[in-house]
Design a protein around this ligand. Structure first.
Ligand SMILES: [Zn+2]
Length: 461
């Protein structure tokens, strides 16, 4: 037994500080197997009284140990590994600035091989479209003449699509695009608002993509600063798409939501009209969210209203022609409505400044930004709720905040008192169709009772 323990200890010492890869474990197993065999043999000899106390035997055992030890030192492959080549999987995450060539070479591929992998891939995917966050899985083989030879590469583009490059002969690769079938299911979430909708909804498991749709849907009906109080309630139902193979899911369209503030419930329903327009409608079939947002920023505090006030820097009283929202630097600012960027640059006291032209001669202005969102520049079309820039304190400003103005036909409006422009109201056959769709959404929502996201998470705990 001593000998066995000694062998085991030696092996353990050798394994420590090294990566316990497959080879090591195979060798450990081999060595233990040999030692056990040795004991069995010795035991049998002793039991049978046949042991000739032979020094030969001991020499033979020593030789066996010697073999095991030398195997360890040289990391020689075990016999099984000769027949099947060793495969290693590596997962690479694409960071900004990475090129496919750079990634493959860093993963250990020879430059010439990386080159032929990329030219094969190019038949189904343009490597310039490689983006931060993409994931690449490599399966590498160690061949006797070449280390880190590529067996297969999988590039996951999103939950539904991936491209694969696979070795087909010694120097050739074949590429194909794989499209996974997606399963769509409705998900119900609900909760109470503690401080603001943003934190409470995320805390209840509402995905950010869905929350943005909720904020857009309510942006003209509800003033997120004044209307929402602790204890108010929200609920939502949205589509979740998942990949059947590995179950990875992504949030899709918001189908229904209800916000109860101060005893008043406002429900919105996603509905596709007969002419193919998808929009949110209230319970009576009136479209919402097509007007300008009262609050083009979330999680902010209104610090200065529209009207006369003493200017904090200039020291004298002057008209404040907008609303100020205090928020930390970097808080995203949304376009208050669909429109075209007329101006996105520095503008005197306004600092970094954006002006958007909306339909019906409306304009909105956003000032003191720390930076603009990528792609936001003069002439670019933006959608309501789209992030156009980030809160800062540029220009004449006492601290990080957004200065927001609404103009109509060249006059400054008080955004808090804007009358809502007319929106679409469904009538006749369209209204009947909507009422059926609305009932369907309500019963689907009711059928998911007790199966909402938070309840499921609690069950898992
Ligand atoms: Zn201001």
């Amino acid at each position: 037994m001593k000998r066995f323990l000694a062998t085991y200890k030696t092996l353990r010492t050798r394994l420590q500080g090294k990566r316990c890869n497959k080879t090591f474990w195979s060798i450990l197993f081999l060595a233990v197997f040999l030692s056990c065999h040795f004991f069995l043999d010795v035991g049998l000899f002793f039991d049978a009284g046949l042991d000739p106390t032979s020094k030969e035997k001991q020499k033979a055992f020593a030789a066996k140990d010697e073999q095991a030890d030398s195997a360890l030192r040289n990391e020689a492959p075990s016999p099984q590994e000769d027949s099947a080549p060793r495969r290693v999987e590596k997962t690479l995450s694409v960071s900004s600035g990475d090129t496919l060539m750079g990634l493959l070479v860093r993963a250990g591929l020879a430059r010439i091989e990386a080159h032929s992998v990329i030219s094969s891939l190019e038949k189904v995917f343009n490597p310039r479209r490689l983006r931060e966050g993409h994931e690449i899985c490599l399966t590498l083989t160690d061949l006797p003449e070449k280390k880190n030879s590529l067996h297969r590469l999988n590039l996951k583009l999103d939950i539904a699509r991936e491209v694969q490059v696979e070795r087909c002969d010694e120097n050739g690769f074949i590429s194909r695009e794989i499209v996974h079938e997606l399963e769509t299911r409705p998900v119900r979430v609900q909760g109470q608002i503690e401080s603001n909708l943003y934190d409470s909804a995320l805390g209840a498991g509402v995905p950010l993509e869905v929350l943005v749709q909720m904020i857009r849907a309510y942006s003209f009906d509800i003033d997120f600063q004044r209307d929402i109080q602790t204890g108010d309630e929200f609920s939502a139902m949205y589509e979740e798409e998942s990949n059947r193979r590995d179950g990875v899911a992504r949030a899709g369209a918001l189908l229904y939501s209800c916000l109860t503030t101060g005893g008043r419930s406002v429900a919105v329903y996603r509905y596709e009209t007969m002419d193919g327009q998808v929009d949110f409608f209230d319970s009576r079939g009136k479209s919402i969210g097509k007007t300008l947002m009262l609050t083009p920023i979330d999680g902010a505090r209104l610090t200065s209203r529209f009207g006369n006030r003493r200017h904090p820097i200039l020291g004298y009283s002057r008209m404040h022609r907008g609303l100020d929202f205090a928020a930390p630097i970097g808080t995203p600012i949304m376009a208050a409505g669909d429109g075209i960027v007329q101006f996105a640059a520095r503008k005197g006291d306004y600092g970094k400044y954006i002006r958007i032209r909306h339909p019906n001669e409306y304009h909105t202005v956003y000032a003191h930004l720390s930076r603009f969102a990528s792609g936001v520049r003069r002439g670019v079309r933006v959608k309501q709720g789209q992030t156009i820039g980030f809160v800062g304190s540029t220009g004449l400003s006492t601290g990080p905040h957004l200065h927001y103005e609404v103009h109509h036909r060249g006059k400054h409006l008080n955004p808090a008192k804007m009358a809502s422009p007319p929106s679409r109201t469904l009538k006749g056959e369209e209204l009947e169709r909507f009422m059926i769709a609305k009932k369907d959404l309500e019963s689907l929502f009711a059928s998911l009772q007790g199966r909402d996201r938070l309840a499921l998470v609690d069950e898992e705990r």
